[in-house]
Ligand binder design. Structure first.
Ligand SMILES: Cc1cc2nc3c(=O)[nH]c(=O)nc-3n(C[C@H](O)[C@H](O)[C@H](O)COP(=O)(O)O)c2cc1C
Length: 323
């Protein structure tokens, strides 16, 4: 490991590169040891990962979307591999709010890193009620609003309409001072407009992207390889789209961006930071390599150190557009 000179002239070891970041909120910033979190729906509520990795290797835990009612999800098959990615049609299966608070949240709280609850509803009132109940739970450090799931019939209604996004975020804002992350869909033509709507509603952070609507067709069957016609595409195949949307969203708003989509290497984390993300989430890749983060943090420190950076956050938004 090489060592660089800091401004004060003392050598800086890679291990000293500051990876920390924060998500602001009316109640004070949520401080994170580093920018990497698990993407909702790819990490359960942490417990399935315990045999492979200490969930606290992530800077915060984000679990599968929680709705007020228990949901059983869509008929199988619900996942299928695609070139450089996968399609899923899980359909927001989850234990429901009461069981989550009683059985899952206490376990997540023990991991020792902030718990950000990803919520989903059919109506604005659903999101408000979820926030009201969860806001008083000491274990909850923030919210990610899933207004972008393509796998349920009503899942995208808020995320496709700037007015609905603004109203929803504002209604949730009235219930909590904790950080609100609005998770946007890539299935729109103008991600900047959606990001602005979420920011105007009071979001503290914008996460992009959820999955892209896709299909996998068995022509002999004249039908889908999934249990429903369409699914959500994730994994490396969507990374170029995600990078573009993070870049566009970061130019449209002043709140921080959380970049999601196709991250499979430490360098990809840095790419997302350069185009404007200050945090990221890793999703589909966790199915292949659930313990990847135990190696990535050191690798990221080394990469940043070799680039002469003392703070990883100095990379955020440094993209220089050509032409
Ligand atoms: C199997 C599966 C289930 C998912 N479930 C949810 C979910 O419940 N809520 C949500 O907001 N996003 C969900 N997502 C989307 C991911 O959080 C993430 O936005 C997307 O997969 C892109 O990141 P990736 O390419 O790293 O997987 C799911 C993704 C997958 C693959």
């Amino acid at each position: 490991m090489t060592s660089l000179q800091s401004e004060s002239g003392t050598p800086v070891a890679a291990s000293r590169v500051d990876l920390s970041t924060e998500i602001p909120s009316p109640g004070g910033p949520l401080r994170l040891a580093h920018p990497i979190m698990p993407a909702s729906g790819t990490f359960g509520y942490g417990e399935e990962f315990e045999p492979f990795v200490d969930p606290a290797v992530f800077s915060a835990i984000i679990g599968k979307s929680i709705s007020r009612e228990r949901r059983t999800g869509n008929p199988p098959p619900r996942t299928i591999e695609t070139p450089a990615g996968m399609l899923n049609s899980i359909g927001l299966q989850n234990p429901g709010l009461d069981a989550f608070v009683e059985s899952y949240l206490p376990r997540m709280a023990q991991y020792g890193v902030p718990v950000i609850v990803n919520t989903v509803g059919r109506t604005l009132e659903d999101y408000v009620e979820l926030t009201r109940v969860l806001d008083v739970e000491p274990a909850v450090a923030g919210f990610e609003l899933n207004i972008s799931c393509p796998n349920v019939n009503e899942g995208l209604q808020f995320g496709l309409d700037p007015e609905a996004t603004r109203a929803l975020v504002a209604a949730v804002r009235a219930e909590t001072k904790l950080p609100i992350i609005a998770k946007l869909t890539p299935n729109v033509t103008d991600i900047g407009e959606q990001a602005v709507a979420a920011e105007e509603g009071g979001a503290d952070c914008i996460s992009v992207i959820n999955t892209l609507v896709g299909m996998s067709v068995d022509w002999r069957k004249r039908g889908s390889r999934l249990g429903r016609a369409t699914g959500g595409l994730s994994g490396p195949a969507i990374r170029p789209v995600a990078l573009r949307m993070v870049w566009q969203a970061s130019q449209a708003v002043s709140v921080p961006i959380c970049g999601i989509g196709g991250i499979t290497r430490p360098e990809h984390v840095l790419e997302f930071l350069v185009v404007g993300a200050s945090t990221v989430q890793v999703g589909t890749h966790l199915f292949r390599d659930p313990a990847c983060l135990t190696r990535w943090l050191d690798e990221i420190r080394d990469l940043a150190h070799d680039e002469g950076l003392e703070r990883l956050s100095d990379l955020v938004g440094t993209f220089e557009a050509a032409g």
